[in-house]
Design a protein around this ligand. Sequence first.
Ligand SMILES: CC(C)(COP(=O)(O)OP(=O)(O)OC[C@H]1O[C@@H](n2cnc3c(N)ncnc32)[C@H](O)[C@@H]1OP(=O)(O)O)[C@@H](O)C(=O)NCCC(=O)NCCS
Length: 223
Amino acid sequence: MELAELLPAAAACRELWGFGDPATLLAAEAECTAGFAIPRLREFAAGRYCARLALADLGAESAPLLMGAGREPLWPTGFTGSITHTAGYCAAAACRVGAVVSLGIDAERIVAVDRSERQVLFCPAEIDWLESLASPEQAAMACAMFSAKESYFKCTFPLTRRFLEFKEVELRFGARSFAVLNRNLDSRVHVRGAYRFMGGHDIVATAVVATSDPEDVSVAAPF
Ligand SMILES: CC(C)(COP(=O)(O)OP(=O)(O)OC[C@H]1O[C@@H](n2cnc3c(N)ncnc32)[C@H](O)[C@@H]1OP(=O)(O)O)[C@@H](O)C(=O)NCCC(=O)NCCS
């Protein structure tokens, strides 16, 4: 469970390598999938399957995990979490509210992010940093940065209900973690991010954890 290493001990994380089985969806969840093409149905089923296992690890009763108006998963009262899928891999993380305020996870297959895409996704200082890296590292770190922004969005959306442009959020990367420089959150909420490469370096996974305790070092590694 490689992605779990990015999360606080209080979180439960379940992963699935391969594809989801739509037969595992609960009836109310299946109702959300009208019009889904088969690949989307499989990834949705994989996410719900992992999320149900993660919630069970925390002692939650099994219940349908429906979709909110912003496409966010609607976690049972008292729990929060996040889901990600990329080709052949899915993960869900869940945590009791209180142990964290919110969390977001994301996984991406590593692909080239060309110059024009970087201009859309990244701030000037982020691009300068990427271009300072040796070229094999640039593609991996560009994907990590993209993924980190997706994780930040998933973590903050349930708190703010705001969609974000990629360049609204500026990140600074360290060896295993990243800091969010221009957060859009209440100043009492503290945010930490961590990343790692996995699956033989084909996939980058990121997690952003929001807590109410600035001293909480049990969440993702400090920047
Ligand atoms: C929603 C989004 C973040 C999903 O990321 P992705 O890499 O395309 O896909 P992933 O498989 O990793 O994640 C999809 C899951 O994210 C979750 N998700 C979707 N919308 C969400 C939201 N508003 N809030 C929290 N989680 C959300 C869902 O669980 C979804 O899976 P499901 O529909 O099967 O339940 C992305 O499609 C998007 O809309 N991004 C634009 C907003 C953004 O990221 N801005 C930049 C931030 S700086």
